[in-house]
Design a protein around this ligand. Sequence first.
Ligand SMILES: [Mg+2]
Length: 277
Amino acid sequence: MSNLPLNKKIIAFDIDSTLTESKQKLRYDIAELLLRLMEKAKVAIISGGSFHQFEKQIISSLNEVSAILKTSEIEHAPPSSLVAPNALPVFTNLLLLPTNGSKRYDYDMTKAEWKLTHLVHFPADLKEKVFQAFEQLIQSNEFNLPTETFGPALEDRVTEITFSALGQEAPVDQKQVWDPDQAKRQKIKAYLEAAVPEVNISIGGMTSIDIMPKGSNKATGLESLLEVLGMTKGDMLYVGDALFPGGNDYSVLEDGIETVKVANPLETAKLIKGWLS
Ligand SMILES: [Mg+2]
């Protein structure tokens, strides 16, 4: 614990451009670093993505790497009738916060699976307002939006609506060049803020915009987690790439949680390595 910055008890990470490249799977070397970090402190992972996206990008790699590592290196569960034989004890130190923390999943050792333990409500009539605003926006031709997308552009993630300008399945190279300076999305954000003032709109990833009911963002998601854990803001360190005004990590900085800004997963890996050395 002593190597961790300022003796933090919990380290929270964003996913896209922090732990992984946009929508890509967690690299094995970074998965190993995370598993080792979980032996020293709690780890929270928070992102605009759905739980399915967490499974695809993060959990799959963690499971695969923990299976590769020798049992002497990463602790496996002792035989017990209360613990599933394939359960991984370090996962009790991992908290998953999909859709910007409007959902929370904890690890259930008895079943070796992830369990939904918290959910923030997004009223249906408010969702309808958001969908209508997008319909007008797409038809207006003022926002340089592609007419054909790779998969649906709008996704209802129950507690959050996500707009991906090129579609959920768009190739990364096309995403990279679409809105590198965020100018297009800032314009969309301004339009939506005027059209639906009851929601919170944040820019994330390369092409996406996350929409949640006002007052619900990464900071409130993390705060509700800290409360459940009996911890305070001072116990947490947050690592993210979008810690600028309008970025999807900015609410955390504004909230007064200590943050570290990284540019990419390699910087995050270096950071964790430093804490573990
Ligand atoms: Mg990010």
